[in-house]
Ligand binder design. Sequence first.
Ligand code: TRP
Length: 329
Amino acid sequence: MKTVLSGIRSTGHLHLGNYFGALRNFVQLQHQAKCYFFVADLHSLTTHPKPDDYLSGVKTILSEYLASGLDPEKSTLYVQSSVPQVCELYVLLNMLTYKGELERTASFKDKVRLNPDNVNAGLLTYPVLMAADILIHRANWVPVGKDQEQHLEITRMLARRFNKLYGAEVFPEPEAYNFGGHLVRIPGLDGSGKMGKSENNGIYLVDDQKTITKKVMRAVTDTGPVNPNDPMSPGVANLFTLLGVVSEPEVVAYFREQYDKCTIRYGDLKKQLAADICKHTLPIKERIEEIYNNGPYLKYVIEKGTEEARTSARATMELVRDAVGFKTF
Ligand code: TRP
């Protein structure tokens, strides 16, 4: 059976991109593969969040995971910092990673550009910690967005390097998983690329109807098509992509026809889009609140997941320590 792993930082909320791009597909996948989902609270520390916000952040992501359909009886859900073996492996992998390789990472260069006053070593070695997350369970598949592909490449390189240096086949090389080609890239509402936390162009699973409608109504469009078959501007194309994900095919076809006839009213399209997004997300929002307020359930889920994650991590570290040569006398 394949092992799948996915993590998300503990600051912020899950957005439509997380849900339609990945989480929704896990609902089936968790019956066919061993799935690990964790809250990357250590990774979040690169930006020095306040300790008082810690618990609510972790509980939020956990509730959002569960409300999206992850089943704790099938999958393992845990918090990264509760599995100390991750940090142990991180130290060992750091010894195999060269400074230049990390400085060349696109995400590192972005962060340096955006926050020149906080270029800490944790930021530089962010991909090594991510590699430890993945390799600690000897995962085979990691669903990642474009922005994380380079990190996965580093993970693959470290797996190879470790195996070669220590002459042991401890780690499989994890592959980027795309759900059998069904990967949908969810665009943001600002006419640019994908929906993302840092881009501030997203709709969140916890947004209420009013917020969703407001965000959609403000989405970037253009002055409208003039000639039939005019190419779509990126903003409008994005709205059609979103419509394709949340709306009935007849609805998409209707607006497509209006667009082609140059009679489309973007206001109508947006109203429909907002309503259809709400149809999907409002029930999830309700479940998120229910789960968040169910302390005993969250405690049950996290205690069970922590135990499972530690068991898997301990087994890997036994192989790792043996390969490295850590023997007891
Ligand atoms: N870096 C990922 C993000 O920013 C989160 C993450 C941490 C992760 N460790 C991981 C994702 C391991 C997949 C696998 O979204």
